[in-house]
Write a protein that binds this ligand. Structure first.
Ligand SMILES: C[S@@+](CC[C@H](N)C(=O)[O-])C[C@H]1O[C@@H](n2cnc3c(N)ncnc32)[C@H](O)[C@@H]1O
Length: 255
């Protein structure tokens, strides 16, 4: 029997992705709001933005939709998510570009060196990298970014053993938030991938995705202190946070 097909368009899949990610990330929309505010208040009116590890295009879609005249280069190593991003962001014509790149590889930034970015925005993604790879990513970003450009990294940065109470409270909050979101109909991570897998045009990319991510075990999670030290070491200044909710942060740095 062949697998059931679905009528979900790439835009519908992005909408379901937003529900799914919001189940795992507390106040996810607030994180995006503060990122967009910093972008609006600091960068040129028509900024050029790099959406790093863009998934199906959550940040890029918000920037392009809300800042007319902006340009976004979005990048991801997942061939399924990158294709969805390419299709959805295609609605913005030449203002959007999607590039395939593996942030774990040194030299990943080469294809991006031709752009003059005003900002790099990234969310719920850099925790996939080992601390060494993370330092590599920040170092390459510092090389390609012009002075004044900003980096905003929104991610879960877990509390260490010295903050065991806060770690416990945060984990409990995550659990309650997930339960409420799934009860309200948000798809789980696995359920979302089942939906995506029903699109016949993504079949080959799903196989390629499996190959690409086969040997990538979860990494030890870097702390806020590690991110901040790595950013300074890489050559960023004014390193700090612009938003925090329990163990969820938006880290800021300026080139
Ligand atoms: C949870 S998703 C977040 C996507 C999007 N930024 C959002 O907030 O919805 C994490 C993303 O990181 C990407 N990613 C993981 N490892 C990567 C790597 N080595 N290079 C590029 N992207 C990577 C994944 O493919 C995925 O799209």
């Amino acid at each position: 029997m062949s697998a059931p097909t679905t009528s979900l368009t790439p835009r519908d899949l992005l909408a379901r992705w937003e529900e799914q990610q919001s189940a795992y990330v507390a106040h996810r929309e607030n994180r995006f709001e503060v990122m967009l505010d910093v972008l609006r208040l600091h960068s040129p009116a028509e900024p050029t933005v790099l959406d790093l590890a863009c998934g199906p295009g959550s940040i890029a879609d918000r920037v392009l939709g809300r800042l007319p005249g902006s340009r976004v280069v979005a990048t991801d190593y997942d061939p399924v998510l990158a294709r969805l991003a390419e299709t959805v962001l295609g609605e913005y014509g030449e203002r959007a570009t999607v590039i395939d790149a593996d942030l774990a590889e040194s030299g990943w930034s080469r294809p991006f060196a031709e752009w003059r970015f005003d900002a790099v925005l990234t969310s719920t993604a850099l925790h996939w990298l080992s601390p060494r790879q993370l330092l590599g990513v920040y170092t390459e970003l510092a090389t390609i970014l012009p002075p004044g450009a900003v980096l905003l990294n929104a991610d879960h940065l877990r509390f260490g053993p010295e903050h065991s109470t806060l770690a416990e409270v945060s984990a409990r909050h995550d659990e309650l938030m997930r339960q409420a979101a799934f009860a309200a109909g948000a798809p789980t991570w696995d359920a979302w991938w089942t939906l995506a897998g029903r699109r016949p045009d993504l079949g080959e990319r799903i196989a390629e995705r499996r190959r690409r991510f086969a040997d990538r075990p979860p990494q030890p999670l870097a702390s806020l202190a590690f991110h901040q030290a790595a950013l300074r070491t890489a050559g960023f200044t004014e390193v700090g946070t612009v938003w925090q909710y329990l163990d969820d942060y938006v880290v800021f740095a300026r080139r």
